[in-house]
Write a protein that binds this ligand. Structure first.
Ligand SMILES: Cc1ncc(COP(=O)(O)O)c(C=O)c1O
Length: 365
């Protein structure tokens, strides 16, 4: 059998390593007994109700109960968005719609979110890189040098894992430079934590702009898999040719509609404000530990820091059931760890373990 698989599996998949999601790395864990600060999820589990009376029917491809409220929330027209299974599906659909396998390429700006490259590789689409500058701003000259060589330019803002938001003037320059040759995809998965910097309201000005959004972060709904791609209607209509016929399970649509109701939006805003407060407290405490350097910025719901003993610290936290994310394999992020903001109790537990860890190191110093 394995010979048959070897013979049949697509050539471009043979060497491919799947995305190491936080959940894959610690598979089988239990969020009741462990503290999960490793996937940029929300610590809040909010209540929803589900009506099963139509579960015998296929759902709407694009449920109006979700499309309408999200368009209003994002400030776009209803024909300027498509609902997908998380922003991850949006990334894949963009690549499948706008890149020809074995011929076209995308551009990414690492260190950044890993799924742009993985999705491209699974589709046999090339991946070019314009590494961020030392201060994590865009390397505009290198990005520009890829004109006519890429079909999609992925820019994450706020960027995972650096927490930096892209400079407005830089992004305008990129959008204008690629106006007649590539779509510029601004991944705003964390935008609710830096709401003033959204690009969703600029679609009219830039026909080649695409914005990715999700309910997985500020809306505390990573478990339902619901994301949005916002773009001009011609782009959306092209993606509609590729999306599965029934991508949105009925329970997902029902829950998303509740999250996007006025009550749901108010709850999200309240929880974002709470997390901002937690972020300030956590940052201050982290900066006081020996040799901890905060890295990047804090525009999202996580903090990145560097420490020479990152592996020992990580191991100590794992043994004590607190999971954070190692980012040290990413370019220019040697010895960097990323902490997702938890609730006050979870953040305090993390800090007390870090205090213990550093106290144990002292006799060696
Ligand atoms: C920058 C970025 N984009 C997209 C995603 C995926 O979002 P979703 O859960 O909606 O697929 C993530 C998840 O961590 C992310 O960090």
């Amino acid at each position: 059998m394995s010979e048959l698989v070897d013979k049949l599996v697509c050539e471009n998949l043979k060497a491919l390593k799947p995305y190491e999601s936080a959940r894959r790395i610690f598979a089988g864990g239990d969020s009741d007994s462990e503290i999960w600060l490793n996937a940029n999820e929300s610590p809040f589990a909010n209540d929803y109700s589900v009506d099963s009376s139509h579960f015998n029917r296929y759902p709407d491809c694009q449920p109006p109960s979700v499309v309408g409220p999200y368009a209003a929330y994002a400030g776009v027209q209803e024909d300027q968005l498509i609902v997908t299974r998380g922003a991850d599906e949006g990334i894949e659909l963009l690549i499948r719609t706008f890149c020809t396998p074995g011929k076209d390429s995308i551009l990414i700006c690492p260190p950044t979110y890993g799924m742009y490259a993985i999705s491209a590789e699974t589709c046999n689409v090339g991946v070019n890189k314009a590494i961020l500058n030392d201060d994590f701003s865009l390397d505009i000259a290198t990005i520009k040098s890829f004109k006519d060589k890429v079909n999609l330019v992925f820019i994450c803002s706020p960027n995972n894992p650096t927490g930096t938001s892209v400079d407005k003037a830089q992004l305008s320059e990129v959008l204008e430079h690629f106006a007649d040759s590539a779509l510029v995809v601004v991944d705003e998965a964390y935008i609710e934590f830096d709401a003033a910097n959204t690009w969703a309201t600029e679609l009219a000005q830039y026909p080649n702009l695409v914005v990715l959004r999700t309910l997985s972060k500020a809306f505390a709904l990573a478990g339902i898999r619901c994301g949005f791609t916002l773009a001009n209607s011609e782009v959306i209509q092209s993606i509609m040719k590729v999306i599965a016929p029934y991508p949105m399970p009925e329970p997902v649509a029902q829950i998303a509609a509740q999250a996007l109701s006025p009550k749901g939006l108010a709850l999200m805003a309240e929880q974002v404000a709470y997390l901002h407060t937690q972020k300030e407290a956590l940052k201050q405490q982290l900066a006081m530990f020996p040799e901890v350097t905060l890295v990047g910025d804090d525009k999202a719901n996580f903090i990145l820091f560097r420490h020479p003993l990152k592996q020992a610290l990580m191991d100590y936290l794992v043994v004590n059931s607190v999971l954070i994310r190692d980012q040290s394999k990413q370019i220019n992020l040697e010895n960097c760890l990323r902490i997702t903001l938890g609730n006050q109790q979870q953040n305090e537990k993390l800090l007390s373990l870090m205090t213990e860890f550093f106290a144990q190191q002292e006799p060696l110093a």
